[in-house]
Design a protein around this ligand. Structure first.
Ligand SMILES: C[S@@+](CC[C@H](N)C(=O)[O-])C[C@H]1O[C@@H](n2cnc3c(N)ncnc32)[C@H](O)[C@@H]1O
Length: 321
C-alpha cells in the first residue's frame, strides 16, 4: 500500500472529503484523530491535497518523518505514529495560516550550507546564490593567493553570503558579517556555530549600520564588499506577496522612499573603506541597474557593470574604483 495505490488512497480521501471545510482547525484535529491508522503515503496525499502544492507537502512530510528525500520513498508504507502526526498537523496548520515553508521547517539550503532561518531573518533567495558566485569569482581572481583579503558582507541576515564565502573560498580571508539587527545576528551566530565544521575560516559578526559596524582599523583596507541590502520602496510594498510582506522582517525588505537608500548608503561610504583596487558587489532589483550604476559613478567608481541572472534580469552591480 502506498501513495500510488489508487484504491487505498481514494478511500482515505473519501474519508477526508466528508469534512466540509478543509481549511479549518477542525480538519486538522480530525487528521490527528483519524490519521493514526494511515500510512505515510496516504498522509502525504492528504497533505498534498490540503496545501495544493506537492513540493511543500513533500518537504513537510519528509521533515516530520525525520527522513531524507531518498529515505522518504522507503517509509511510504509505514504507519504514521501519533508523534509524527502531531508534527505534520502542526506544520500543515502553520502553512495554511500563510507562514513560509522555510520558517516552518526552521532551515533552508543555500549553496552548500543548511542554514537555520526564522522570522528574524530574510529567507535566503536563489538569486543571492548568484551574488555569492560573483564574489567568489572576484576573490579567486585576486592577486596572489597568499595575500590575505578583508571581505565585508554588509547586512548579513542569516549569514548566507559570509558563511558561503567562508565555506567555499580556499584562500586566507578576514570576513566580516555585519547587520544593524541584533536579532538577525543571533541567527547568523547560530549558523556560524552549526556550520563551523564546513568553514575554511570563521567570519566575525558585528552589529551596526553598514560600514559603521567595522572597526576603524579597517578604513581603506577592505578589498571586497558584498551586500544584498533591502531594496524595496515604501510604494512597492503593496506588490509584495502576502507571504513575504506579513512574515519576513520589514528591515530586511524595505529600504525607504526610493528603494535605493541602502545601495546609496553603501556606495557613498565605500571609497573610504575599500582599498584602491577595492570591489563592491551589490544585489539589486532588476529595475534599479541604471540608477545604481549612476550612484556608483557619482561616488568615484570608474568601472561599473551590471550582471544579469539566467533569465536576463539585471541583478548584481559590480563596481571597481
Ligand atoms: C535583504 S536582507 C539580506 C540578508 C542576507 N544577506 C541574504 O542575502 O539572505 C538585508 C539585511 O540587511 C540588514 N540591514 C538593513 N538595514 C541595514 C543597515 N542600515 N545596516 C546594516 N544592515 C542592515 C537587514 O537587517 C537584513 O538582514
Amino acid at each position: 500500500m502506498n501513495v500510488v495505490d489508487g484504491r487505498t488512497t481514494t478511500s482515505f480521501l473519501e474519508e477526508v472529503g466528508k469534512i466540509n471545510d478543509p481549511r479549518t482547525t477542525e480538519l486538522l484535529e480530525q487528521l490527528d484523530r483519524e490519521g493514526k491508522n494511515y500510512s505515510w503515503g496516504e498522509i502525504f496525499s492528504l497533505v498534498h491535497m490540503l496545501l495544493g502544492d506537492r513540493s511543500s507537502a513533500r518537504w513537510i512530510c519528509e521533515d516530520a518523518a525525520g527522513s531524507t528525500s531518498a529515505e522518504f520513498l522507503t517509509v511510504l508504507d509505514r504507519k504514521i505514529t501519533n508523534e509524527e502526526l502531531g508534527r505534520v498537523s502542526s506544520m500543515v496548520a502553520r502553512r495554511l495560516n500563510g507562514e513560509p515553508l522555510q520558517y516552518i521547517l526552521g532551515y533552508w539550503c543555500f549553496r552548500t550550507l543548511k542554514l537555520k532561518v526564522d522570522s528574524r531573518v530574510l529567507i535566503p533567495r536563489p538569486e543571492t546564490e548568484q551574488t555569492v558566485q560573483v564574489a567568489i569569482d572576484v576573490i579567486n581572481g585576486w592577486g596572489s593567493p597568499a595575500d590575505e583579503l578583508v571581505v565585508a558582507d554588509l547586512g548579513t541576515g542569516s549569514g548566507a553570503i559570509a558563511l558561503s564565502l567562508a565555506a567555499e573560498v580556499h584562500r586566507s580571508l578576514e570576513i566580516w558579517a555585519t547587520d544593524n539587527s541584533a536579532h538577525a545576528l543571533d541567527v547568523a551566530a547560530d549558523n556560524l556555530i552549526a556550520c563551523s565544521n564546513e568553514l575554511v575560516q570563521l567570519p566575525i559578526l558585528s552589529l551596526g549600520s553598514w560600514f559603521e559596524a567595522l572597526p576603524p582599523r579597517l578604513r581603506g583596507r577592505v578589498s571586497i564588499v558584498v551586500s544584498n541590502p533591502p531594496y524595496i520602496s515604501h510604494a512597492e510594498r503593496i506588490f509584495l506577496p502576502r507571504e513575504v510582506a506579513e512574515w519576513e522582517p520589514e528591515g530586511a525588505l524595505i529600504a525607504g522612499e526610493s528603494g535605493l537608500e541602502g545601495i546609496t548608503a553603501i556606495l557613498s561610504a565605500a571609497t573610504q573603506w575599500t582599498t584602491d583596487d577595492g570591489v563592491v558587489i551589490i544585489e539589486l532589483a532588476p529595475s534599479q541597474g541604471e540608477e545604481a550604476k549612476a550612484v556608483a559613478k557619482d561616488n568615484g567608481f570608474v568601472d561599473v557593470q551590471i550582471l544579469s541572472d539566467l533569465a536576463g534580469r539585471e541583478r548584481v552591480l559590480v563596481a571597481r574604483r
